[in-house]
Write a protein that binds this ligand. Structure first.
Ligand code: NAP
Ligand code: MG
Length: 462
């Protein structure tokens, strides 16, 4: 994939308003691999106007035709699967096999699910003497992070297009090449000009301009709590709908009846995957005190096997941030049983897969999102204690429960203040609603629930 030196606006690659550029860096070797234009408020304005102009036509397009365009988009993504994986690997640093299976594979599944949902969703229903129409909210401003660069884009753009909305996307500055590739795919899929627009650029400049633009009807943001809070405040002041996905500190609760080795090994793999840069990662493992020492040993052994194979974190700033959390863990008295500050590679933004034991619920590493390959193992006395610890953070995005019997795990999961729980290692479902309780965010993505975020209702009475 060769970088474009323009913005994809109104169906064509157009020159950016300013000559500023952003360097794209490969986190494995720290080399600059490409440059993309740094968009400004002027580019955002052009893009929003294009999206607004395209809105009436796309909103009036029959859902079956929108579905056909989304199916075409999915097919282009399938055709370009290898290129997607290589691009994500180049700018995010994730191992190629993971990029193929997850970074390319999941967005294809999600795009396919919205091709189907657009065709089958009831955009109209009868309620007594009324007909209720579900209509697109309008122009969507989508702001996405780098951790799952294509998935985060598709999880917003596909439902928005299925709903009949038009979109302006501001992707993360670290992963703009994947976003440009997506724009090429949209173009190839025959989605009409102006329905999807891309402005690459920096968050505080292009991102902020998009979030504040009066021509945007809904802002959908995924990223840090600090930025999300600001975007929520801006949207609130403008009486604009907002969707926020802000990360988590999810608990992996291993009940005494569970298969301990399996639960620990899957739990460690979950945290190390994507170098720990997953908002729903189970970064707190909760183990009964009688099984605690055995679990710690199993986890330390499992983590040590990963080494540099997990890939680096995305950039130098994230590397420094994750290291500072490791230092804080040690300083607050947690016991390092795997990994630590030493990098497994002389070059690149690597962090050693790290496991802390003797972590108590009040420690910083048990409360804050680290966003790196760092696992904290906590001890609980009984089930009530486990529920209290699991629910004892400001977040509530995801979690896991392991037990001998599914029913026992389900009963426990129902007590968790969180949006998703995997039971005994349940598989990822691209149609299940994804989103947070508490400060993990507002709104849901994926599946039918994700589609309804982009719809508003109109009732006609007869
Ligand atoms: P971030 O700054 O919140 O980035 C997310 C997106 O928002 C990016 O596109 C970013 O642009 C943009 N942005 C930044 N400032 C903005 C502003 N003032 N107005 C509008 N948009 C703005 O997150 P980050 O700095 O990449 O990562 C920091 C931490 O956030 C991580 O360590 C992690 O804890 C959390 N995080 C969570 C998720 C998640 O999935 N929930 C994903 C990534 C990060 P730029 O790329 O130019 O900054
Ligand atoms: Mg940032």
């Amino acid at each position: 994939m060769k970088a474009h030196d323009g913005m994809y606006i109104d169906g064509a690659w157009r020159p950016a308003a300013s000559g500023e550029t952003i360097d794209v860096v490969n986190p494995v070797d720290e080399q600059v691999i490409d440059r993309v234009p740094a968009g400004t408020a002027a580019d955002v304005d052009t893009a929003v106007r294009a999206a607004r102009a395209a809105l009436p036509g796309w909103a009036a397009t029959p859902p079956a035709e929108r579905a056909a365009r989304l199916a075409a988009l999915r097919d282009v993504l399938v055709t370009r699967k290898d290129e997607i994986a290589e691009t994500v690997t180049a700018e995010l640093g994730s191992p190629l096999a993971f990029s193929q299976a997850v970074h390319a594979g999941v967005p294809i599944a999600v795009a396919g699910s919205y091709a189907e949902l657009a065709a089958t969703h009831a955009f109209e229903e009868k309620v007594g003497n009324s007909t209720v129409y579900q209509e697109p909210i309008g122009v969507v401003g989508a702001i996405t992070p780098w951790n799952y660069p294509l998935h985060q884009i598709v999880a917003k753009v596909a439902p928005a297009l299925a709903a009949g909305c038009t979109v302006v996307l501001k992707p993360a500055e670290d992963t703009p090449l994947t976003a440009q590739l997506f724009a090429e795919a949209v173009d190839e899929a025959g989605i009409p000009a102006g329905v999807f627009n891309l402005v690459t650029g920096l968050g505080p400049i292009a991102g902020q301009a998009l979030a504040e633009h009066p021509g945007v009807d809904l802002v959908s943001f995924t990223g840090s709590t600090a930025v999300g809070r600001r975007i929520g405040a801006t949207a609130g002041a403008a009486v604009k709908k907002v969707a926020l996905e802000l990360g988590g500190k999810s608990a992996n609760v291993i009940l005494p009846s569970a298969d301990l080795a399996k639960a620990v090994n899957v739990g460690v793999a979950n945290v190390m995957s994507n170098s720990g840069q997953t908002c729903s990662a189970w970064t707190r493992m909760l183990v009964h005190r009688d099984q605690y020492d055995e679990a710690v040993e199993l986890a330390a052994t499992a983590a040590a096997k990963y080494g540099a194979r997990i890939g680096p974190v995305v950039n130098a700033k994230q590397q420094a941030r994750v290291r500072s959390y490791i230092e804080k863990g040690v300083a607050e008295g947690a016991r390092l049983v795997a990994g630590g500050l030493e990098s497994p590679s002389p070059q690149g933004y690597f962090i050693s897969p790290t496991v802390f034991a003797d972590v108590t619920p009040d420690m910083t590493i048990a409360q804050e999102e680290i966003f790196g390959p760092v696992l904290s193992i906590l001890r609980y006395d009984d089930e009530d204690d486990a529920v209290r610890i699991a629910n004892g953070t400001v977040y509530g995005l995801a979690g896991a429960v392991w037990a001998g019997e599914e029913a026992e795990a389900v009963a426990f999961a129902r007590r968790l203040e969180t949006g998703q729980v995997d039971i005994n290692g349940g598989r990822f479902n691209p149609r299940a609603p994804f989103g947070g309780y508490k400060q993990s965010g507002v709104g849901r993505e994926l599946g039918a629930h994700g589609l309804s975020e982009y719809l508003q209702t109109k009732s006609l009475q007869f």
